[in-house]
Design a protein. Structure first.
Length: 300
């Protein structure tokens, strides 16, 4: 793990929010969607994965999505909220940044909507790569991109209008374009990153925030405001949200960018790119053109 990670999130607050979500009865539409998409990608792989780890149990959505998939002999679930570990699988209370398993313990690691709360995402990825056997598979999803951009913009405008200043309300989101490089830095091979945008609608901004609480996805930034928001600020925020991001039938819309990571623990059997100068054919021949020295223009 990185020796000096940037502490963006209050990890105690994250755990409290997850525990509250378990008590409230988890709002699962995003979790179930993420788990289903990871399971679909796993179905595209024909090999068997006898030992599998789920990081972010969240009430068993990933375990249910796996269903009766053959080949998994041992399934272990990890979550920082003990209440999310009830189920038939073996459960361990831990965080993605400190998974307590020996190197090479698993053939497959699945992580639905957990890694976006890691303070040290490169370190968490390194931990998961170490937990995999050579040629083991990582399938993970996290919220990124423009997720909840409407809520962030509405709160910013409302606080500036009502209070003359603003505090951070929505987590910084990972850029999908940078995550493939992050996987390579963590030691993974053959990284693939893709992003799917989902748009949900709500009665109003307060209904959206209530669902975020039920998801365990509320504000846990270390620099967040620690006292309750003013009523005037909240009402102005809800009005701005409706004005700028209204949907049909008087509802509002909210964006969720679901980013999926696919990568493998390195193994000598995996394909590797050729070193520069090792090409077996000239690009000019393949394109049917004439090769010219660098800087020379056609027709001269």
């Amino acid at each position: 793990m990185a020796s000096d990670p940037i502490l963006v999130f209050d990890r105690l607050a994250v755990r409290r929010h997850r525990a509250r979500a378990a008590r409230l009865g988890l709002a699962e539409f995003l979790q179930e969607e993420a788990a289903a998409r990871l399971a679909d990608r796993l179905d595209d792989v024909t090999r068997r994965f006898p030992r599998a780890l789920i990081v972010g149990a969240r009430g068993g959505a990933m375990r249910r999505a796996l269903g009766a998939r053959g080949g998994i002999e041992l399934l272990v679930e990890v979550d920082e909220a003990p209440a999310f570990l009830a189920g038939d699988a073996a459960g361990v209370v831990a965080e993605a940044e400190a998974v307590p398993f020996a190197a090479g313990a698993f053939d497959l690691v699945l992580s639905p909507l957990s890694l976006h709360w890691a303070n040290d995402l490169p370190g968490a990825l390194i931990q998961l790569r170490r937990a995999l056997k050579p040629d083991g598979l990582l399938l993970a999803s996290l919220l990124g991109g423009e997720t909840l951009s409407e809520l962030a913009e509405s709160f910013l405008a409302a606080e500036l209008a009502e209070e003359g200043g603003a505090s951070p309300r929505v987590s910084p989101m990972a850029d999908p374009r940078e995550l493939a490089g992050l996987l390579q830095r963590a030691g993974f091979a053959l990284p693939v990153v893709d992003s799917d945008r989902m748009t949900a609608t709500y009665r109003d901004a307060f209904a959206l925030m209530a669902e975020l609480r039920a998801m365990g996805e509320t504000n846990a930034l270390r620099e967040r405001r620690r006292h309750p928001s003013r009523r005037g600020t909240l009402m102005r925020m809800a009005a701005i949200y409706r004005e700028r991001f209204g949907a049909d039938e008087g509802r509002i819309r909210a964006t969720f960018d679901l980013v999926t990571l696919t990568a493998w623990a390195p193994h000598e059997s995996q394909p590797k790119p050729l070193r520069p100068g090792r090409a077996m054919a000239r690009l000019a021949d393949a394109l049917g053109t004439t090769e010219r020295p660098a800087g020379e223009q056609a027709g001269r």
